[in-house]
Design a protein around this ligand. Structure first.
Ligand code: DAH
Length: 343
């Protein structure tokens, strides 16, 4: 390509870019113009740069020099337009207007599930519950046996759990207990009670794993919030009050959420309830709860004649979904920034 033609194409491009940036009236339009001219893959500038390779070798230095000048020129036209739209005047030397009190910088933010978890810890913290952690790789004693789930119970089925085949075990694990990815955070109840004499008032938030097929309301990994309160004279009324208070604080008032308790069965609580919340004209199951079964208290060395307690385990995703009106749990884990940046 002749040098004159290449330089002419650069001049035309510079003029077009200047006009386009000057007439962009809003941030979205400006971004479209930026992509059109400065886009890394197929922006006009990039395409013209490819033409540089076709210029005669002896003309390359001159062509390259002018290309760089035009590139700088277009970039500053973009910066000026950005300043104009942000309300500041164009600046000769700085990419922002120093007379403005602040500069909006788009940074990342927390995943909606992390936000939900933090908010839950905050609310339960105000109700006097301390957040504790437990291991995600558990032995079947803590995941089942200590929770009064006998060997023959279907919840232990290998098809319903992620058992691990591993040669190595963490120090202290009993070799007789198979390991698995915990299927419920109720394991943490046992780990805490084993180490702490009553009273106990804890929550635990974390991941649990079940080989479920992913659909709109199920995912093979999800999060639970587990709560446990053990003391003298704790009753079912305390459980219902705490759960209602929690839900009302989280969703913003008792006109925002209705909580329903349905009689149910869990091996580690007696009586047991399922906890539902109203959503989209129906009820959504959020998890389970109940009064800690005396067998569980005995397994950790507590005296069920002395102390009683309640426990609950709710699905964090479901609560997050209800809050943001997300109708498909999978959206939370596809990591599509367009979806995530809404929250
Ligand atoms: N762990 C149960 C589940 O994952 C939920 C649950 C029910 C937790 C009753 C509790 C409870 O603490 O008391 O389905």
């Amino acid at each position: 390509m002749a040098l004159a033609d290449f330089l002419a194409s650069l001049d035309t491009l510079a003029q077009q870019a200047r006009d386009a940036f000057a007439s962009a009236g809003a941030a979205e339009a400006l971004e479209a113009v930026r992509i059109e001219f400065l886009g890394a893959k197929s922006g006009h500038l990039r395409l013209v740069q490819k033409g540089l390779g076709k210029v005669d070798k002896s003309d390359k230095p001159a062509a390259g020099k002018r290309f760089n000048e035009v590139k700088t020129l277009i970039e500053s036209a973009f910066n000026d337009a950005q300043q104009r739209l942000a309300g500041g005047g164009p600046s000769e030397t700085l990419p922002f207007d120093v007379t403005l009190p602040g500069q909006a910088v788009r940074v990342g933010h927390l995943h909606p599930i992390t936000q939900t978890i933090r908010e839950m810890k905050d609310i339960m913290g105000r109700l006097g519950f301390t957040a504790v952690e437990g291991p995600e790789i558990e032995d079947d004693y803590h995941n089942f046996e200590a929770l009064n789930i006998p060997l023959s119970h279907p919840a232990r089925d290998p098809l319903d759990n992620f058992y691990l085949k591993c040669a190595e075990r963490a120090a202290g694990d009993s070799a007789t207990h198979p390991l698995l990815l915990r299927s419920q955070t109720s394991t943490v109840q046992i780990r805490v009670m084993e180490k702490t004499p009553p009273p106990v008032r804890i929550i635990s938030l974390g991941r649990v794993y079940r080989p479920d097929t992913a659909d709109a309301t199920h995912y093979p990994m999800f999060h639970q919030i587990e709560g446990l309160l053990i003391d003298r004279g704790v009753t079912m009324a305390d459980l219902k009050s705490v759960l209602r208070l929690f839900c009302q604080s989280y969703f913003g008032g008792d006109d925002q959420v209705h909580v329903r308790f349905r009689p149910s069965f869990f091996p580690f609580t007696e009586p047991s309830v399922e906890v539902d919340m109203n959503w989209q004209g129906g009820w959504m199951e959020m998890g389970g709860a109940g009064m800690v079964d005396p067998n569980v208290l005995r397994a950790v060395g507590y005296d069920p004649e002395e102390v009683t307690g309640f426990a609950f385990g709710l699905g964090v995703e479901r609560i997050c979904m209800r809050q943001h009106n997300i109708t498909d749990i999978r959206a939370l884990y596809q990591n599509d920034v367009r979806f995530l940046s809404q929250f």
